[in-house]
Design a protein around this ligand. Structure first.
Ligand SMILES: [Zn+2]
Ligand SMILES: [Zn+2]
Length: 384
């Protein structure tokens, strides 16, 4: 979830062994250290270019918001921005997140192209990189191998992680994440190949130019509103990593940080039911109840199922949920009869390491066969 190229690994490269012909002046390298090996373990260099980009973007966005609130933007431009923001948001939530990262359902080519184009308009890294980061986030939640480890505080997991090189654990353990399914999807790889020109057109040029061309919006105004839309959406997505890991109940698993957060669900198109989502990451609804008002993404996917564009949607049965709530919930579950035993075991686990149970989604080799069988049976899955 970031502007382009923020996720490159730390490159601590000694040039001592290279002769002049091999030396590449454009290779990014750290200052020489007395003990490179030791320092590289904890050293996360700040990427000042990204810091500057975020400061500038937020400043321009604030001006765009001020223009919008002070009546200097036509209602057509505001409505258009909201629609564009919704499209880009669902490209992330329904596409990069629920389809590609978690494999919660399958989609036919036209809908995959649709999601890919909207995900591009959101400019949060290409789908390949987004998914790898996100699978690592689920697999190693709130450890050093999690790109946006929420134990490092609100600022880090909201935006700070995008202003630094990745922690070496993110790089090392991230390599173990299976990406073969993502790399086999030509839609994803095509986007990756043409990402920069696609982003320029879909994130900035098109949404700035459409209001100018069709209803004579002022070009300068349209540009600032475009930046405001982009930055607001970024912050909405980041709230899933920050607010939904810090504030809310944990009815399904009290041993992990992710929480049920109504505010994030409202602005995040249904992505704030985060304790459920981390407990059942292969569930296409990313929530126990498919309440469309606070889960627009689920509504879109259900609609697309009726339109014949998506299939093999996976969701947890009431029985699976009840059992899990009883085993690890914090006692705040309110969607059924009160489960008295909830909480104790979860509380005991809070101190211990629980991440060995974590799976990133459907297809993770660590997912229990028994659980997969239950999901297949409940959802009448034809294929894996
Ligand atoms: Zn997720
Ligand atoms: Zn999370």
């Amino acid at each position: 979830m970031s502007p382009p190229n923020t996720g490159e690994p730390i490159q601590i490269i000694s040039t001592k062994h290279l002769d002049k012909q091999e030396y590449q002046p454009y290779v990014r390298r750290s200052k020489p250290k007395k003990d490179d090996a030791k320092d590289s373990e904890s050293f996360q260099k700040i990427v000042w270019r990204n810091v500057l980009i975020f400061v500038v973007l937020h400043s321009l966005a604030l001006y765009g918001i001020w223009l919008s609130l002070s009546g200097q933007v036509t209602w057509k431009t505001l409505l258009f921005s909201l629609v564009y923001l919704s499209g880009a948001s669902t490209g992330v939530t329904g596409g990069a997140h629920r389809l590609w990262s978690h494999k919660t359902y399958k989609a036919k080519l036209p809908f995959r192209i649709w999601l890919m184009l909207w995900q591009t308009a959101a400019l949060q890294n290409d789908i390949h990189e987004w998914s790898r980061d996100h699978r690592a986030h689920h697999k190693f939640t709130d450890t050093d191998a999690d790109p946006h480890n929420s134990n490092r505080g609100f600022f880090f997991c909201h935006i700070g992680w995008l202003m630094m090189r990745k922690h070496q654990d993110v790089i090392a353990k991230g390599k173990a994440i299976d990406m073969s399914d993502i790399e086999a999807d030509p839609v994803v790889m095509w986007q990756r190949k043409y990402y920069v020109p696609l982003v320029v057109v879909l994130t900035f040029l098109l949404p700035t130019y459409i209001p100018v061309y069709f209803w004579n919006e002022n070009l300068r105004t349209s540009f600032y509103v475009c930046i405001a839309r982009y930055v607001l959406q970024l912050n909405g997505t980041w709230c899933v990593n920050s607010a939904a890991h810090l504030w809310g109940g944990r009815p399904y698993d009290g041993s992990i940080n992710p929480r049920e957060n109504v505010f994030v669900s409202t602005i995040g198109y249904g992505e704030g039911w985060h304790n459920y989502h981390h407990t059942f990451p292969w569930d296409y609804k990313a929530a126990e109840l498919g309440n469309y008002r606070l889960n627009f993404t689920t509504a879109l996917l259900n609609f697309m199922r009726y339109a014949g564009q998506v299939y093999d949607l996976k969701t947890a049965s009431a029985e699976m949920i009840r059992k899990r709530v009883a085993r690890t919930g914090d006692g705040s579950w309110s969607n059924g009869p009160k489960i008295e035993e909830a909480g104790d075991e979860a509380q005991a686990k809070v101190e211990g390491h629980h991440h060995k149970d974590m799976v990133w989604g459907w297809g993770d080799k660590d997912m229990a066969e028994e659980e997969m069988e239950d999901v297949r049976a409940f959802n009448n899955l034809m294929e894996d």
